[in-house]
Design a protein around this ligand. Sequence first.
Ligand SMILES: [Zn+2]
Length: 281
Amino acid sequence: MKKAMQKTIFTVLLIILLIFSGCADRKNDLAVVQLTEEISITEIEENVFVVTHSFPWPGNSLFLVLDKENILWIDTPYTPEATARVLDWIEAEIGQDYSITEINTGFHIDNLGGNQELIKRNIPIYGSSLTGELLEKQSRITMSKMMNWLKGAQNAKYRAVYSDFQFFRPTRTFDINEDQRLTVGSEEVIIHYPGPTHTYDNLVVYVPGRELLFGGCMILSSDADKVGFAEDGNLQEWAKSLLKLEERFESIRIVIPGHGNPGSSALIEHTKDVVDAALSD
Ligand SMILES: [Zn+2]
């Protein structure tokens, strides 16, 4: 009798343990999906996903599942292949019937390296005409600098992809100096250019209904204490543009930087400090 009782208690405890560990697993699955060694997808809040592609440097793009029909994707992974993997994951895990809208926030490969795949799948790509021009004039030069950082056998796989990389322009272009207000599903989206920063064409995307700002490469994450590669931009103007950005959008709850972890609007202040420090060097 006593033994039977102990056995029952043990079984109940085991079941409770299994239920709880099962829940925890599902939660983890929802939060971070390691799609490949190089691609992770993190649901930072409901229906808001940061895609981090490390090729080799970790870079962020962001997609929002706005409703049952519409997805907004801001920037892309570095390559068409990685972009295809994420699109396949979206089809399998979120649904096949979504129409996707893409926004490129600059001409660097971590902003739009995946455009070829998006064009193949008839996904409209918004971007400034300046981004198109810089792709034409500047991207070869920038790429050759990047190739210099990718020396050694361990970087052979990146060199193989980047040495003859083909860039594709955004397909729906606009004047960078005019704010674009898109309505995607029932959500309003504002594309804004505060002025030159990390590049001369970096844009931000603000979603007023969520007080969410995709800051891209003009915003540094809290653990970044250096501006990084800024030869395509303008440090003096960068600090001023950030002031304008703060004035333009007063209520910002969450900021997603181009690299590193999301944070609050304090990331804008932090970036100003880092840019100011680089200026006084
Ligand atoms: Zn970047």
